[in-house]
Design a protein around this ligand. Structure first.
Ligand SMILES: [Cu+2]
Length: 192
């Protein structure tokens, strides 16, 4: 319950539904707009402790993206042949598939960056700010007008090992994929 209490979604809208056992069951009753989607984030073999949630909420002019993720690996500068770890590249990828596949290169099945406007990397619709970890936890909220909630259902959220330079094509040189989550519509628990 601690995780639920501290989640950004709960901060936005305190849960009023006492009989509900899951946070999202409370969203409709507590007034969140129907146009809300969530991705539950799970770490892969390179960072199995990662857990979190990303909430996409329609607001005037675009979408508010709120993330609360724990279990991120500690920062480490690039050394020898090892890449920098953190802050973490954070993107939408085009395939809603979090199959791990090759454990040395996980989540390849999520495909490349979601880029409906054929933009260079740095301006992809799903290019997000990097995640800064604080003892493994990152909490962040930002606004984008590059998509509506309905546009990103069944896309994947990917957290990378290394920072995004917003310049290297096509994915910002952000390295291996640590965690993945598929974006689903927030359930309608109107009988809650
Ligand atoms: Cu990515």
């Amino acid at each position: 319950m601690t995780t639920v209490r501290n989640s950004p979604a709960n901060t936005m809208n305190p849960c009023l539904c006492r009989q509900c056992k899951k946070l999202e069951q409370c969203w409709p009753e507590s007034g969140l707009p129907a146009q809300t989607a969530i991705a539950r984030i799970r770490g892969g073999p390179l960072a199995p402790k990662i857990r979190g949630i990303v909430v996409f909420r329609a607001i005037p002019g675009g979408t508010e993206v709120s993330v609360d993720v724990s279990g991120l690996p500690p920062y480490r500068p690039a050394q020898n042949n090892n890449p920098q770890v953190g802050p973490h590249g954070f993107h939408l990828h085009e395939n809603g598939c979090c199959k791990v596949g090759d454990p040395a290169s996980p989540f390849d099945a999520a495909g490349g960056h979601w880029n409906p406007g054929n933009q260079p990397h740095g301006n992809h619709a799903g290019d997000f700010p990097v995640l800064f970890s604080n003892h493994g936890r990152a909490v962040m909220s930002f606004f984008t007008d590059k998509f509506q909630v309905a546009d990103i259902i069944d896309k994947a959220v990917i957290i990378h090992e290394s920072p995004d330079d917003y310049r290297t094509q096509p994915s910002g040189d952000s390295g291996r994929r640590l965690a993945c989550g598929i974006i689903r519509p927030a359930p309608d628990w109107s009988d809650c």
